[in-house]
Design a protein around this ligand. Sequence first.
Ligand SMILES: C[S@@+](CC[C@H](N)C(=O)[O-])C[C@H]1O[C@@H](n2cnc3c(N)ncnc32)[C@H](O)[C@@H]1O
Length: 204
Amino acid sequence: MSDFLFDETTRSYYAQRAPEYDDWWLGTGLFAQRDRPGWNEEVAELIEIVAGLPPLRVLDVGCGTGFLTSHLSGEVTALDQSTEMLAIAATRIGHGDRVICGEALPLPFVDDDFDIVFTSHFYGHLPPAEREAFLAESRRVAPDLVVVDSALRDGVEPVGWQERVLNDGSRHRVYKRFFGASELADELGGTVLHDGRWFVVVAC
Ligand SMILES: C[S@@+](CC[C@H](N)C(=O)[O-])C[C@H]1O[C@@H](n2cnc3c(N)ncnc32)[C@H](O)[C@@H]1O
């Protein structure tokens, strides 16, 4: 299995997943059956953290449906490679914010175009070479980076290929990491903003 993040298979996975993506956040659809103690409460905490980030020029990389993007304040730019995801994000984000369809590697922006790069559940999908490239790109366009991702917990492998099943029964493979908050902070040279059962947030 290739370590390469972005091939046509991954692209079609996100295109197909877009209309059902928020079921994961909301605990609806296939996720209604999942036993996720404290999930809704922690999503609410996460939203508060996101809403409390400084209202500056913020770039959300891999914004997906904009579930968290809509809670960012300031001058927000939401980037994703998927038009299907962005169509949903566009219905959510604030008046005056931008949605841009494009690739994260490299980021389609000039140096220092933003104050903060924000990214949720994107960094953990990057294999090592693309991780380094993303961090370099993030630093090129903004001095600060905030990473939200999945917390390491019992029953999950810290890193590996996961099988994902969509509503139509189709099966897809996705590269995925789960993080201890302090390990992620060490990796990024940052500080922990949230260390939960389901999510970690690190700023650097
Ligand atoms: C797991 S989703 C996370 C969505 C959202 N940030 C959230 O937390 O709900 C990952 C998103 O990253 C986007 N993505 C993946 N690789 C990308 C790339 N190379 N450039 C731009 N977007 C990418 C996908 O289209 C998808 O919407």
